[in-house]
Every structure is written in C-alpha cells, then in structure tokens.
Design a protein around this ligand. Structure first.
Ligand SMILES: Nc1ncnc2c1ncn2[C@@H]1O[C@H](COP(=O)(O)OP(=O)(O)OP(=O)(O)O)[C@@H](O)[C@H]1O
Length: 233
C-alpha cells in the first residue's frame, strides 16, 4: 500500500437508479490526516460518502481500504473493515439517552474503555448521560454522532457536514477534536465552512457536478483562483 492511498477511490461512478451523480471520481486519503471534500450544494458530496460506505452501489470503479478492495461489500462489512460514518441526517437515536446511544454503538466493541475515551473527547456528553438524545442541541447531537461512530474504532472516519446547524462556539470545539483525531486516523470531512474544513484537512478535493474539478494541499486549494467558481451557488 502506498501510504498516501490508505483510502483509495478510483474512477467511481455512482448515482440513484438511472440518474448518475458521480463521474469517474478518483481520490485518496493517507492513513493519518484530514481530507476535505468541498463543492457547492448538489455537487455530489453526500452521494460520494454513501458510495464509499456502500449505501449506494458503485456502477464503475473501486473503493479500497489498506489495499483491500471493498467495492462489493455491504455497509456492515465496511464498518468491520475500518470505515466509520457520521451521516448528515439522523445521526443519533433521538428517543434513546446519550448513555443508550453509546451502548448501542459499543455493542461491537469488546474494549470497555472505548466509551470512556469518547467521554474524554466530548466531556459535555458525560455530563448528561441520561438526557434523551432528541432533546440535545445540534452541537451535542453531532458530538454524540461522532462519538458513536468512533466506538467501532474506525481507521477512517467520514463526516458529512459535522457542523451543520451547530452554534459557532461549539463548532470550534468540534473542529479542535477533529484536528486531534486526524493525528491518529484518516478523517474525511464534507464541510460547507471552507476555513474549518481546511483547518482539519491537509488535502482537499473539490467536486463540481459529480467530478473532481480541483485537488491539492489545503493551501493550494485555498489559494486557487478557480475555487470560488466551484463553490458559488
Ligand atoms: N435519493 C436521491 N435520489 C435521486 N437523486 C438524488 C438523491 N439524493 C441526491 N440526489 C441528487 O444527487 C445530486 C447530488 O446530491 P448530493 O446530496 O450528493 O450533493 P451534495 O454535494 O452533498 O449537496 P449538499 O451540500 O446540498 O448536501 C443532486 O442533484 C441531488 O438532487
């Protein structure tokens, strides 16, 4: 395995039924560090996350993790292979408490300290373990969703807009945690907040109408004069 290609996506086509959304997407992530996926609304970012997780089939191309081709594997097996996913919508069980949300997430993990590590990462969750998740603030809910995804101890964590609907003060807190996390595992982040995404990420890929239009280091992409055109509505 090339260290830079721990997560390796090649020539991926995917979509919904006959409607193709992704066209020949090729991107990679190293085994540690952050990778940002940018692009305007509808560019295909969520579709890409779903295709990487196996929630949508690849029509063409491949998804590999640590040189293992997972393109044909169902989502649960991808989770076992090391993928973690924090989807944009409905990321927690709204009727369960924080404690029970974490207990469900921990079912597949024999390490009893896994929940403690999540509570160390997000102390706010530990202060309200018996609160029903549906009554949490947007930020707390996102923290719980990230914490839950981490309980399967993924080696690559995909996050789809982890700061959407989150108050600015809490955005900083979540971002700081993701920066730390990216020192340990691969973090792939879809984010509307460009500055935040590029603080977490060392590399960025910009999608435009389902194709990779721009890629480079965070600084290269931030300074590329074409970036605004690809992000403009
Ligand atoms: N379930 C679906 N069925 C059919 N088309 C869909 C479905 N979900 C998304 N699409 C279409 O796929 C395209 C890409 O959508 P996607 O949600 O991947 O974009 P995005 O970049 O994540 O946008 P956003 O920033 O708004 O979340 C859009 O044209 C969208 O209308």
């Amino acid at each position: 395995m090339l260290e830079d290609h721990y997560l390796d996506i090649r020539d991926l086509d995917a979509g919904y039924g006959r409607s193709q959304v992704l066209f020949g997407v090729t991107l990679s992530a190293p085994w540690r560090g952050g990778v940002a996926i940018l692009g305007r609304n509808g560019a295909g970012k969520t579709t890409l996350m779903k295709a990487i997780m196996g929630e949508l089939p690849a029509k063409r191309g491949s998804v590999s993790l640590d040189s293992r081709d997972v393109t044909k594997l169902p989502t649960e097996q991808r989770v076992r292979a090391g993928f973690g996913y924090v989807p944009q919508d409905h990321p927690v069980f709204a009727r369960l408490t924080i404690r029970d949300n974490l207990a469900v997430g921990a079912l597949t993990n024999k390490d009893s300290r896994a929940v403690d590590r999540v509570l160390e990462m997000f102390p706010k969750l530990g202060q309200r373990l018996d609160q029903i998740a549906g009554t949490l603030s947007g930020g707390e809910r996102k923290m719980l969703a990230i914490g839950r995804a981490l309980l399967s101890e993924p080696s690559v964590l995909l996050l789809d807009e982890p700061t959407e609907g989150v108050w600015i003060g809490v955005i900083e807190e979540i971002t700081d945690r993701l920066i730390l996390l990216a020192k340990e595992i691969a973090v792939v982040i879809v984010e509307q907040h460009l500055d935040l995404a590029l603080r977490v990420a060392d590399r960025a890929f910009v999608l435009d109408r389902g194709r990779v239009a721009l890629t480079g280091t965070a600084d290269e992409v931030r300074n590329d004069p074409r970036l605004l055109q690809y992000l403009a509505p």
